[in-house]
Each structure stands twice: as structure tokens, then as C-alpha cells.
Design a binder for this molecule. Structure first.
Ligand code: FAD
Length: 295
């Protein structure tokens, strides 16, 4: 299956921007079957790749990540990226994860630290995989094509813009060959971040992660979790459609589509849509980009 780094370099040569989708393993017993159905819908719009999230704790289904990534690339011929988190990972856990990825033929991995146990703060980051770049380095050595997370507005636990970029550079130096950003609602934040990243010597392609807001509760949760700023137009849309959930959802999808088109016009390296397992979001994003002539 295709190496995601090659997808970026071939797209850049052709003047294209790769479009990718994020999905998460559906919860419950029918995980693979539900994922297969969803992947079928997503494959119809021909994304460059699909990434599958990993949940180390709580209600998530971490066993399913590699299996779903493998199923999507085998059955739908869409390249995949399996997310993998390393908070609390032991050498034995690492060996197990790598063996499974190799066995299932999954070659592209998004190396992440994952969130630390609540209440323990940054103290709970354990060696040997203290930060994502440690995992990145190991996966590259073990032959994987590795990506990392980027934070246009900084990570919620990083209060210094210079350190934020330095930590990204560390992932590049560890061998990351693509980055995907945390969601953001204000494109200007991304343009400032891109400028600072380039000035620091970051040359690795960065895909912009865009998530439509679908409800007031969801956006409040996301803003709290990842610290994304809420521009005034979104606050106005939330107020305008407060009592009309269907219109609010539609407004959220349209806002995200406009963001994607603007980013494409500004020549970003790639566009990544947080689909939240809703194929209609993926379709709307791709239609908007193709209609704008930007991809
Ligand atoms: P790191 O790069 O290790 O950063 C963590 C913190 O440490 C940051 O504050 C950073 O600035 C700081 N830091 C980094 N390097 C150093 C250093 N050398 N010295 C001091 N401080 C440092 N979570 C999941 O559980 N599953 C997923 O599937 C998942 N997918 C994601 C996909 C994307 C695109 C993004 C943006 C995030 C995703 N996350 C996922 C969330 C992510 O795991 C959390 O944001 C996590 O808290 C940080 O992960 P990281 O890989 O950025 O870690």
C-alpha cells in the first residue's frame, strides 16, 4: 500500500493538495462491519488517504485501529494511516503494536503521545516514550512512514509559541514525513503558524485539520479540549441557530467548507477533514473543494 510521504510529494509535483479524512473505530461489537460500511461511503469520493484514530483508554476500541486501517486499504484501495499513542507505553506494548501493524500490512502511522491520565499533568509522561517524537524516532527506525500532530494555536499544555514550533521541529528531526494539525476555526491562526514553522526550518508537509461544528455542545467541548479560538462569525452562527439544530449543523458544515476552500487557495500542503464518522461531511468538503477548482 502507498506510502503517505510519497502521496504528498507526488501531489506537490502535480500542484495538488492531498485530501484526507479522519475516522474513529466505531464502538460496540459491530466495529469492523460498521467501519466497512462507512469506509465504502468515504471511498466513493476518492480521498488520498484515511486516518484511523487510536484510543488508549476509556470507551475507545484500540484493538480496532490497525484492523480497520488494514481493512480500508485492502478492500477499498485507499491508503490509510493508523494513529498510535505512546503515553504509558512500555517496550512490550511497543513491540506488540509494531508486530500487529506489520502483520496487518499497515505501513503509515501517526505517532502521538496521547492524553495523560487526568489529574497527573505532564508529570505522568513516562520514558522511554515521553513525547511523541520518541515514538516517531522508533517507528521510523522500524521502517514505518510516520506522521505527527501539529498545533497551530499551541497545545493546551504548551504556553510558549516558540517551544510549540521547536517541539514540531523535533518531530521532523525524528523522521516525521508529514504533519496533521489540530482543528482550528480561524485560518489566520494557521497562516501565522505556517510562517513561523517555515522560519524555523520546517519543510515537512502540513495538512490542515478541519472539523465542522455540528452543535453548541460539541463546539464547547472541542474548544475546551484543544484550546481552539472561536472567531466572531462562529459565535454569531451559534446564536442565530441556537434553537434550530438542523440549520446549525448545516451552517457548521458550510463554515468548514469555506475554511477548506480558503486554505486551498492559500496553497497549504494538504487538507484533512475530521469526519466524525459522518460521510456527508466528507462529501460536502470534497464537493466544495472540487467546485472551487482548488483540488
Ligand atoms: P507531544 O508532541 O509529545 O506533545 C505533548 C506536549 O508536550 C505538548 O504540550 C508539547 O508542546 C510538549 N512537548 C513536546 N515535546 C517536548 C519536549 N521535548 N520537551 C518538553 N515538552 C515537549 N489522541 C488520541 O488519544 N488518539 C488519537 O488517535 C489522536 N489523534 C490525534 C490526531 C491529531 C491530528 C492531533 C492533532 C491530535 C490527536 N490526538 C489523539 C490528541 C493528542 O494525542 C494529544 O493532543 C496529546 O496531548 C499530545 O499528543 P502529541 O502527539 O502532540 O504529543
Amino acid at each position: 500500500m502507498r506510502n503517505v510521504a510519497n502521496i504528498y510529494s507526488e501531489a506537490a509535483r502535480a500542484g495538488r493538495k492531498p485530501i484526507s479524512f479522519e475516522v474513529f473505530p466505531p464502538k460496540g461489537d459491530l466495529t469492523l462491519e460498521t467501519a466497512r460500511e462507512m469506509a465504502g461511503h468515504l471511498a466513493q469520493v476518492h480521498p488520498d488517504f484515511i486516518s484511523v484514530t487510536y484510543s488508549a483508554g476509556g470507551g475507545g476500541n484500540k484493538q480496532a485501529t490497525a484492523a480497520i486501517a488494514s481493512m480500508i486499504q485492502t478492500e477499498f484501495s485507499v491508503p490509510t494511516v493508523a494513529h498510535l499513542t505512546c503515553a504509558g507505553m512500555t517496550e512490550a506494548d511497543y513491540a506488540h503494536a509494531v508486530a500487529e501493524l506489520h502483520e496487518l500490512g499497515v505501513h503509515n502511522v501517526l505517532a502521538l503521545r496521547g492524553d495523560l491520565p487526568e489529574g497527573e499533568g505532564e508529570r505522568a509522561a513516562y520514558a522511554p516514550f515521553t513525547h511523541a517524537y520518541n515514538l516517531c524516532e522508533r517507528l521510523v527506525t522500524d521502517g514505518f512512514c510516520v506522521g505527527g500532530a501539529a498545533y497551530p494555536e499551541g497545545h493546551v499544555t504548551c504556553f510558549d509559541d516558540v517551544a510549540n514550533i521547536a517541539h514540531l521541529k523535533q518531530k521532523q528531526d525524528a523522521g516525521a514525513s508529514f504533519f496533521i494539525t489540530q482543528l482550528f476555526f480561524d485560518n489566520d491562526c494557521f497562516y501565522r503558524f505556517r510562517e513561523a514553522a517555515q522560519a524555523t526550518g520546517i519543510t515537512t508537509p502540513i495538512s490542515c485539520g478541519i472539523m465542522p461544528f455540528l452543535s453548541k455542545q460539541q463546539i464547547q467541548r472541542m474548544v475546551f479540549l484543544c484550546g481552539a479560538s472561536l472567531p466572531a462569525p462562529i459565535i454569531k452562527l451559534l446564536a442565530r441557530w441556537e434553537h434550530d439544530p438542523a440549520s446549525l449543523r448545516q451552517a457548521g458544515i458550510e463554515y468548514a467548507c469555506n475554511q477548506l476552500v480558503d486554505l486551498a487557495k492559500q496553497g497549504v500542503d494538504g487538507l484533512h477533514v475530521y469526519t466524525m464518522n459522518h460521510p456527508d461531511i466528507a462529501r460536502a468538503a470534497v464537493c466544495a473543494l472540487r467546485e472551487s477548482g482548488q483540488v
